[in-house]
Design a protein around this ligand. Sequence first.
Ligand code: NAD
Ligand code: UFG
Length: 342
Amino acid sequence: MKKKILVTGGTGYIGSHTAVELIEDGFEVVLIDNLHNSEAEVAERIGKITGTKPRLEVFDICDREKLNDFFQRNMDVSAIIHFAAYKAVGESVSKPLDYYWNNLVSLINILEGMKDYAVPAIVFSSSCTVYGQPEKLPVTEDAPIQPAISPYGNTKQIGEEIIRDTVAANKNIRAVSLRYFNPIGAHKSALIGELPRGVPENLVPFITQTALGLRDELKIFGDDYDTPDGSCIRDYLHVVDLAKAHVIAVKRMLENKNKHDYEVFNLGTGQGVSVLEAIKSFERVSGIKLKYKITGRRAGDIEKIWADPSFANRELGWKTLSSLDEAMKTAWEWEKAVRKKN
Ligand code: NAD
Ligand code: UFG
């Protein structure tokens, strides 16, 4: 019988790509999402890609009663991948309580549910934001956690601590925190991808929207950093590569291959790419000359960060397969497809 995986935030950007990979790997998938930042139609699109439309339950995970009701009807959930969270860094500064409430209450409810309904395994979406500006690059998992720059980042740090303590106190629960670097791109079908509401905060959606004429020009936030071309450096990985790591993490726990009850992995390519290099990649794959200008630095930006993914490479047998150009190309194909539809 197929093992059932609950994917919270399952109609969102990374959740939807992970649902595809899970279904294609033979899992049954059930999605929960309150559609705060995504659309129900994504479940149909996952169905178009895989041939199996996952069931979507629409409710807020902060609602403990609704979540309990879900678990009562789904006593056979084998593992949870918990993506549901608010993720806009800037908004978290102006609405900290919304972020602490949504991201932490939802996590606590999920962990309570795991205890009450004997769900043994969880994968948590964490972020390289927990490292702040690391002293040593590439950054390894044992690098010191820095004071969070935003309430959003703080919810990831606190979330990891809540999980660590819960696993320590409950011998039937195991967990993996995945610290994502910068996911970009979309499924090759161009049926699912990143669809930010309003003005995008992230670089790649801003680039693709500018190229389509939805934005006048991209602002590059600073060219006076201590990097080879002066712009900030990140580790951009293809969202499908990222999604596959979740499938591996789930199987590792379900097959008792984990070495510790709580494990943490960096997920990145290991390559640092500057903002200007990312733009060049986009121009190469799209054939479009992007309109951009250099402006001042964005408050709170990290100068440079990229992953040492060797622990995930070794322990999970996972590595990124797509190049930056391939990821950019899928982001561009998705942007064009989604605008045609809307
Ligand atoms: P997303 O906004 O596309 O997906 C999150 C989904 O969760 C949305 O569909 C939203 O409607 C849903 N959701 C939010 N709160 C909910 C609640 N209380 N109940 C039910 N559903 C709820 O974001 P994403 O980019 O797919 O990110 C997924 C996870 O990965 C998040 O936890 C995010 O913080 C983390 N993460 C993302 C990035 C990134 O760059 N995208 C980087 C590091 C970590
Ligand atoms: N950038 C621009 N112009 C823009 C947008 C971004 O120059 O319009 C630059 C930023 O200054 C940064 C780089 O592009 O140097 C990447 O910026 P993003 O906002 O795409 O990504 P960040 O690394 O700043 O933040 C992202 C997520 C956070 C998460 C973090 C670490 O937005 O949620 O990665 O995972 F915490």
